[in-house]
Design a protein around this ligand. Structure first.
Ligand code: NAD
Length: 343
């Protein structure tokens, strides 16, 4: 049965790679100095870290630089020791063809972070976009940071789910894999599969998504050997996730915002918010750019989604200005803890 499954997966991968119309090889990871963790004291690099030690990790015990955003370079150092770009392209609701184009345009325009998920059904398209950008010389594999997520129905078969994502993406390692949702009856099991994959060199950093209570995050961490590097939750100016951001910082974990612009159907509400629109006018920027700049200055990684070439370029053009302390305070004040999604 297992053999049949593997055969089906391999065929699916070959088919999807052929659908790119390009080479059907995986993108090899030739180890480069830049791929190595940059901080030797990071928790994920300590193979001897015990569960107890991980659970007791505090901000003092992690490097002072972990979690600090460097907006000159557009990166943040994770507790895994790897640097992660702080602005990326989101691929929710994109077909394989759209994802290929969005990823290709994004990498061409300077993005280095890509966010997809098994459940989006477009990992193969994302892989095609990556290979196109590499083939055309815009980036190397080592320069980019690819995130995907394990879906809840795969939690009992985490090892196979990781291999299947690698195959669909056409990569031989994934920079960050995240559990898509809290699922107390078997998410620890799935997380442990990701920990094994880190040991095996298939994953570099691991994290969580959709854990909204500090106790729920701690439940998972207390069973983990490797502290989550990231918590990806719905976060935007109307829901700023301040409590969870502060809570996870004790583990050196960084908040990543999904729905950074409010998500499909909600963006106009945020774009037309009086405070956001006034700050946008003052800087000669769009509301989307102000919101994204706010995320980065607030210490949130942002992954705006788009299948629109012009929007993708616009969303990355936020490194030539800064919001003042007063503007940041005004934006903090519009938080109303409002979620747009019900999951
Ligand atoms: P988003 O907040 O990024 O908003 C996307 C919407 O904004 C789209 O309709 C897009 O067309 C529009 N848009 C983008 N840039 C624009 C611009 N400059 N001007 C005007 N409109 C613009 O929402 P999202 O894409 O759903 O979320 C971002 C990413 O987060 C996703 O693509 C996905 O990768 C991830 N995500 C994760 C989860 C999770 O459960 N972990 C859930 C949803 C999304």
């Amino acid at each position: 049965m297992k053999k049949v499954l593997l055969l089906v997966l391999s065929l699916a991968m070959l088919f999807s790679l052929a659908a790119c119309g390009r080479q059907a090889e995986t993108v090899q990871a030739t180890p480069q100095p830049t791929q190595e963790p940059v901080v030797s004291s990071s928790p994920a690099e300590e193979p001897t870290t015990t569960e107890e030690e991980t659970a007791e990790m505090t901000a003092e015990e992690t490097s002072a630089e972990v979690g600090v955003f460097d907006l000159e370079r557009g990166v943040v150092l994770l507790n895994s020791g790897y640097e992660m770009p702080v602005l990326g392209i989101g691929c929710f609701m994109l077909s394989n063809e759209q994802a290929e184009n969005s990823v290709y345009w994004a990498l061409r325009d300077g993005y280095r972070l890509i966010d997809t998920a098994r459940i989006y059904g477009n990992e193969a398209g994302v892989g095609c976009g990556i290979r196109r950008a590499i083939d055309e010389g815009y980036v190397t594999r080592e320069e980019i940071f690819v995130t995907t997520k394990m879906w809840t129905s795969d939690y009992d078969n985490g090892d196979a789910a990781i291999d299947a994502s690698l195959a669909r993406l056409g990569l031989d390692y994934i920079d960050l894999m995240i559990l898509h949702h809290s699922q107390p009856h078997n998410d620890v099991q799935a997380y442990q599969a990701m920990e094994r994959a880190v040991e095996a060199g298939k994953l570099r950093s691991i994290g969580l998504s959709n854990y909204y209570e500090p106790e729920d995050f701690d439940r998972l961490v207390s069973a983990a050997t490797i502290a989550p590097a990231i918590l990806q939750n719905e976060t935007h100016p109307y829901r700023q996730s301040l409590e969870m951001k502060e809570h996870i910082a004790q583990y050196g974990a960084v908040l990543e915002s999904w729905f950074p612009l409010g998500g499909r159907g909600n963006t106009q509400m945020l774009f037309n918010d009086e405070t956001i629109a006034a700050i946008a006018a003052a800087h000669g920027k769009s509301s989307a750019q102000i919101i994204l700049r706010w995320h980065l200055q607030a210490g949130n990684i942002a992954i705006p989604g788009s299948g629109n070439e012009a929007h993708i370029a616009e969303n990355f053009d936020i490194f030539d200005f800064a919001l003042s302390d007063e503007e940041m305070a005004e934006l903090t004040a519009i938080d109303r803890d409002e979620r747009f999604a019900d999951y």
